[in-house]
Design a protein around this ligand. Structure first.
Ligand SMILES: *Cc1c(COP(=O)(O)O)cnc(C)c1O
Length: 358
């Protein structure tokens, strides 16, 4: 088989050494004679896996002691509901900065629970404004942002200064991609299937004071307190996904940690943006200061040519480059696990396409 490059926005490429390790120990996990998939979540070997996963994440992001790390199901989308159910039901207002499709979906769920105040720029490709305390509602319970906009290809450069209001961020598509000061946030969450592992597990990093705020009628599985109290083992967690997540975190650590990832991600993104910016055929619509390192949309000015590009790319081993249906064109997702050689090969392919079509 020819070399295949996976530019999917998610589920996405995983580090090859991680997949090899999974394969190698799939039938016999650490001399148990059983597959990880067959282990009880109450067993010592699985407790070791979930403990290691948490310890690795704490280490990689220098998570302060007054934060809990929890593992849940339901994807980032369930967090859109869980956050207001825990923090907004009792009353007050939540401020949501809308910078793309995922923020809009978060708003839609929050509005089912409480009062939402929306802040947004006119145009999703123009700079994300810088916000400070006075921009937010006086009584805001929290401010919610999407720190990397997977579909639009933008990210925050400077996070809003929310003062005394907890800042909550959906980091699904760029957690562990660059340095992060966790202490600036009240709650960070991410579905795993972009930068952390396979689908099925969602990670949240929650400051202590935001746990235990859910009203009594909140279902147990939607209450952060339940996960904290039971070490994410109130009911059966997605054991296999947590195991692969642990291996991905180990891989990040062995490859320079978050700093190493950031350096490599900046080089990869630079390489693609530099080519696009001088290309006569391809264009990236996003303002310079908010360009994502992870999701890079690009397009020609001709739908038929976009379709031709995608077809030829697929035939040459460059997969899942189709842009989200809401924006069209193309999108290359360059998550941590995307090798620099994959980006170099893509740019060479684009150059060749441009020579033939411009
Ligand atoms: C993919 C994505 C989601 C949705 O994740 P699910 O796990 O499918 O619910 C939410 N937010 C962002 C920023 C995403 O990239």
């Amino acid at each position: 088989m020819n070399k295949v490059y996976n530019f999917s926005a998610g589920p996405a490429v995983l580090p090859k050494p991680v997949l090899q390790k999974v394969q190698q120990e799939l039938l016999d996990y650490e001399d148990t004679g059983m597959s990880v998939m067959e282990l009880s979540h109450r067993s010592l070997p699985f407790q070791g896996i979930i403990d290691d996963a948490e310890a690795l994440l704490r280490d990689l992001l220098s998570i302060p002691d007054n934060y809990h790390v929890i593992f849940m199901q339901g994807g980032a989308s369930l967090q859109f509901s869980m956050i207001p159910l825990n923090l907004l039901e009792a009353g007050g207002t939540a401020d949501y900065i809308v910078t793309g499709s995922w923020s809009k979906k978060a708003v839609k769920e929050a509005e089912k629970t409480g009062n939402v105040n929306i802040l947004k720029a006119d145009d999703l490709t123009s700079p994300i404004p810088s916000y400070s305390r006075t921009d937010f509602s006086e009584n805001a319970r929290y401010v919610h942002i999407t720190s990397n906009n997977t579909i639009e290809g933008t990210r925050y450069r400077d996070y809003p200064d929310t003062g005394d209001i907890p800042l909550i961020a959906d980091m699904s598509s760029h957690i562990l991609s660059e340095r992060l000061d966790v202490s600036k946030f009240g709650l960070i969450y991410a579905g795993a299937q972009k930068n952390l592992g396979p689908s099925g597990v969602t990670v949240a990093i929650v400051r202590e004071d935001l746990v235990g705020e859910a009203p009594a009628h909140c279902p147990s599985l939607l209450d952060y307190g339940t996960y904290v109290k039971h070490g994410s083992l109130f009911n059966t967690p997605p054991t296999f996904s947590i195991y692969v997540l642990k291996l991905v975190l180990q891989w990040v650590k062995e490859n320079g940690g978050v700093e190493g990832m950031e350096e490599r991600n900046k080089e990869k993104a630079d390489h693609l943006y530099s080519y696009i910016d001088q290309s006569n055929l391809f264009d990236n619509p996003v303002c310079m200061e908010n360009r994502s390192l992870m999701n890079i949309p690009f397009t020609t000015n001709d739908d038929a040519l976009n379709a031709k590009f995608l077809k030829e790319a697929g035939n040459s081993g460059f997969h899942f480059l189709k842009g989200h249906r809401s924006v069209g064109g193309m999108r290359a997702s360059l998550y941590n696990a995307m090798e620099p050689s994959g980006v170099e090969a893509l740019v060479e392919f684009m150059k060749d396409f441009e020579r033939r079509h411009f």
